[in-house]
Each structure stands twice: as C-alpha cells, then as structure tokens.
Design a protein around this ligand. Sequence first.
Ligand code: OAD
Length: 234
Amino acid sequence: MRVLIITGAGVSAESGIPTFRGKDGYWRNLDPIKLATPEAFARDPELVWQWYRERRRRISNAQPNAAHEAIANLAHCADEFLLVTQNVDDLHERSGLTKAEMVQIHGDIFVSKCSRCDFEQEQEQNQNGVPRCAKCDALMRPGVVWFGEPLPLRETQRVEKYLQRDPCGVVIVAGTTATFGYIIDWALRASRRGGELIEVNPEETPLSRFATRLVREPAALALPRIVDEFISSR
Ligand code: OAD
C-alpha cells in the first residue's frame, strides 16, 4: 500500500499547541495570521520573536499525541509512505518518523535563518531580543514559511517526486483547514486513480467535497482507529 498523509495544526491541537485559525490561536490579543507575515516582522521583529519563542517553549514541553503515534505506526507498515506536514513543530519526528519519511512544507520552528543571506542555524538556547546573523549581521528570523512567501523548492520537489512516481491507495488529510490550493492539489493528485481520500477534521473544509470518507472527529481519536483498520485489512 502506497500512502500519503497531509497534516495541519489540528493534529497537534491535542498536544496543547494552539491552531492558527481557532480562537485559542490568539496570543496577547494578536491574530497569528497577522503575526506570521514578513510585514509583521518588518514592523516589529522583537514582537514576532517573542511569539515564536513562546511557541518553541510550548512545543518543547508538549508530547506527541495518539494521532502522531498512529501516523508513525502507519509509516512502519506501509509499502511506501510520505507525510507532508504544514506543522513547524517536531512532534511527528518525536513520535518516531524519520526526516526521510516527512516533508515540513512550512519549515521548522527550531531553525533560525538569516533574513538576508542563506545562513541557518538550530535554535539558540536562552536567546533574547532579535538575534543577528553570524555571517552578514542582518536580522535572523524563524525558519518558517510566512504568508505570501514561496514554499521551499527542495521540499516541494520531494512531494512532486513522490506524487509523480505512482498514485496512492490511501490519502489521509488530517487537522487542516486546507486553505492553500497546493494542499488540495496534492491530495487530489495522489488519490487520482481511485485511491481513498479520507478527511479527518471535526469541521468542514474546502477539501471535504472531494473526500471518499469524512471523519468528523478529533485526530487523536480517529487516526488510531483508521490506522488499525488498515493494518488489520492487509
Ligand atoms: P488551522 O489553524 O488553519 O486549522 C486547523 C484545523 O484543524 C481546522 O480545520 C480545525 O477544524 C481542525 N482541528 C482542530 N482541532 C482538531 C483536532 N483535535 N483534530 C483534527 N482536526 C482539528 O491550521 P492549518 O490548516 O494547519 O502556515 O493551517 C495551515 C497553515 O496556515 C499553517 O501551516 C500556517 C498557517 O498560517 C503558515 O504559517 C505559512
């Protein structure tokens, strides 16, 4: 069985990481949708860093939940497997997926990158204020994709390669509002030859009408059951 999984913030919600668009996502009355932008960083880099530092702390203290574990189990028994996650946390990795099994299409919150040159580094401990680039002295920024920015080419190429090779028998899209066209496009292309397209989300999304199966439940409840079904039907 060839499998593609696509995840979003809803999969980490039950680990206590706030989603972007839910009311819990607000931070000091600020809308994350507005904070996660190049404009917000240009206006107030210190504020944007404070928000990301708080998210890093929260993620470091969080644990993978049953949804992450179920996805890692599926990876171990699928013939071919790829996870595409919009999440910048490390909970999929900590549940046992290797970097080769996943694409973090919106980057990695524990990486900092230069806002001008190509310098990158892993999280600095106890960092304060706005860090500067060791190479060119420009402001460092979190290593994530912000609204309006292009996706990292190397990562989109990995997804394209996986999709081009063969269609998938099973595609699961969990915990995402699927607001970005590329998420819907990848899910549809992967399931193009009659593969199952399962959506796991308590709410309707733009992807819902294309799904062959809708599971309107929290991911940590639904995914272990769905994965068990697949494993026992093999
Ligand atoms: P959102 O915050 O937009 O959406 C979270 C989705 O998860 C919603 O559709 C919820 O209904 C669903 N949800 C909430 N709790 C859930 C649970 N326990 N189980 C399953 N589903 C649940 O997050 P994303 O769709 O991931 O990008 O957002 C996509 C991107 O927009 C993010 O990666 C980020 C954001 O701006 C960038 O920063 C570029």
